[in-house]
Design a protein around this ligand. Sequence first.
Ligand code: PMP
Length: 294
Amino acid sequence: MDFIPFDDRDGYIWMDGEFRAWRDAKVHVLTHGLHYASCVFEGERSYGGRIFRSLDHSKRLENSARILDFDLPFTVAEIEAAKAEALEKAGLESAYVRAVAWRGAEKMGLSAQDNTIHLAIAAWEWGDYFDNKMAGIKLTNAQWKRPSPETAPHDAKAAGLYMICTMSKHAAERAGYADALMLDYRGQIAEATGANIFFVRDGVLHTPTPDCFLNGLTRQTVISLAKQRQIEVVERAIMPEELATFSECFITGSAAEVTPVNEIAGQAFRPGEITETLMGDYDDAARGRIDLPE
Ligand code: PMP
């Protein structure tokens, strides 16, 4: 095995208000969150001991839970403190931080009005989301489409929404690609399986309007950084037929950061000046070297 399984590691996981030994941070098999996807989470990165946009992540977690009709048993301030403690206890400065909240096991069935809500926070060392990220990644087309906002609550970072992402990502990997480009229910370009997408044409950034997929925090950061550089940003519906008109492409996410894309299903892109500038600016912003505009 060339990896360490996530349930068999040393260390501690913050769970429901206290630290448990990593291997003992368990849930019962009849947990509502496991069967019915009543589960929301965050993926965050800490740089030099500070979680980038930590408060925004905690607020999004609380909002995702509300969308799924449950209230977290901890305030945003308590979550912030718990994340900081989890990082400190792990002795990590640069880390990936996973907060996850789910309905417990009191009732097994669709209705789970009074089930306990649980919250856990784990931090671990994690390098780049993609192998050989700086060289750029290749995407293929996903066979699944992002559902309409009437079909699924796209503003929630909810576990259930990731079913089609894992299926699409697995198919892409089997075909030799790093990830998949997902269209939406209208056939418009939406995002990658766990990251938002941007394109460049004639010095202008184009990115799909996030009306049926997560408006990622990294996406919002990159838009602000681009505007600070006087780069025009156009949020609009983008059709797959337009791919050939773009010169650069990259994807954004807390895990993926800014990752250049050099191919989408046979269409080549060359990571250029704008991608490189925004990769650098994002790194500077994440490490607190440049301030984010309000
Ligand atoms: N879309 C999906 C499906 C994601 O999983 C993520 C990662 N959370 C993103 C977009 C980007 O979101 P963020 O920049 O807030 O991490």
